[in-house]
Ligand binder design. Sequence first.
Ligand code: PEP
Ligand code: MG
Length: 580
Amino acid sequence: MTASFSLHGIGVSHGIAIGRAFLVSHATLEVSHYEIPSDQAAAEVRRMERAVKEVRHELKALRAEMAAGERFEEIEAFIDVHETMLGDEILAGNVKTYIVEHCCNAEWALVQQMNLWVAQFEQFEDSYLRERKFDVMQIVERILKHLMGRPGTLPKVGDDSHMVLVAHDLSPADMMQFKHRHFVAFVTDLGGATSHTAIAARGLGVPAIAGTRHARQLLRDGEMVIVDGTRGAVIVNPDHAILSEYRKLQQIQESRQEALKTLKRRRPRTRDGVEVTLLANIETADDLDRVRESGAQGIGLFRSEFLYLDQDTLPDEDTQFKAYREVVEGMEGRPVTLRTLDLGADKMRGGIDSLARVAPNPAMGLRAIRLCFAEQPLFMTQLRAALRASAYGKIKLLVPMLSGGDEIHPLLAAVEEAKRKLDEEGVAFDRALEVGAMIEVPSAALALGPFLRQLDFLSIGTNDLTQYLMAVDRTDEAVSYLYNPTHPAMLRLLAHILKRARQFEMPISLCGEMADDPQMTWLLLGLGLREFSMPATGLLAVKERVLRADVGTLQKTVARIVRAEDPEKVKAMIEKLNRG
Ligand code: PEP
Ligand code: MG
């Protein structure tokens, strides 16, 4: 038996998954793109041919190995498919033509072709054929590993076909690509608790561990792994005792999820009668089924930029309008808080990349509303699409990354301009469309007056607010030990924002990942929060905490917590608060 070992990282999405490692190498995700002189194109084609030949040898060797020992039908079938693909003249021909026509490196040409093939496989009605895209991805991976001088091992296909995606890093755009592929867990070397991989994994309700540093290097394709997202541990090649222990834990976890479902129709009201609103965060209309299952009262955060992330070109007004309308209609009258583009920083892709110059410090650069102000046509297209969709249900417009009151006037002017144009064209929209701001930059949080006076609602983005208040990159595992949404400074700021909003009777929600953590629910209720927005998969666990809360008592204890200045002491006080 292969040796068992474990790796540790940051558990960014709770729960337990057991499956087989599916390694996504830097190969497909991080392949470099460079030009080659046209007279070297033929040599580049030969390099590609050599790599294909080496993969053929590898498959042949595996077949021979199997003939000599135990036979696995699945592996033979898998080799057949891969050999057929390798032998396909059209596939190989396309890559070679791409190299010659674009004078680019073989790796790049191969990945471009792979994307086309995967898209073609995805069109198939038949699910078996659709699944073949995985074979395409795996064979391309193998060729890439040879091209890059890092041959890999073949995935072992056993009785357990659940796959755990293991990658060095996953960008939000990669995550979009992998979201629909039914991985049972995600493990990445890089990333922090509020990186978008983590957020997407929580949205899917699957365990995830970030910041393992070496998982991609140490794991092999097809190895059995247990992912314990609660403890942040990956156990590789577990022995029988560990495996059966985890299977039991997994069952307990599943029964708990089942039990929570009985709360779906319960009104979120605390023991002492305080009404609470529980909303869902979504990325695309695909998340709506989970939202309905959770009994959410609306969408508190629709991260609209995800519509842009899996495209190579910017979606036009009609494409956006249709996407927004689908969500609004799907929510059947419940409100949808549509956040305007939050592109920039780590959320970049395709057609958008060209819009943002390479910023020296992207998280502080031309991100979100700043990019929208700099690219007015981009913003206008989205505003028009959102306004048009507002004729089909309740939409509220939420604007990210405003850093001060002086940005409010140009923002409202842009909205008015979009309305005026639609009026001229006789297009219907909701005239009372509410406009609100994300409070996620400390300067906005501390000088809140203009936001309270000029806007209709606020939503606190604790993911970024923590990042900017503490100067800790939320995606960098090297500093993740400092990233602390319950740092005394954060709690004071949250208390301040909520108090000011209450004085102004300003509707305010919190849509950062803090809202999704049941260990934070009582703290936030005690701070005065009444509206929470989170991934739908976490909503019922938060509702359970709300139903058991007594706000009167919580307020008194939380007031003491806010006065404390020592982070360790605050942590202990919150733990005590949660014990009741
Ligand atoms: C936040 O910053 O808390 C937030 C909800 O937005 P995002 O995670 O998309 O930046
Ligand atoms: Mg944010």
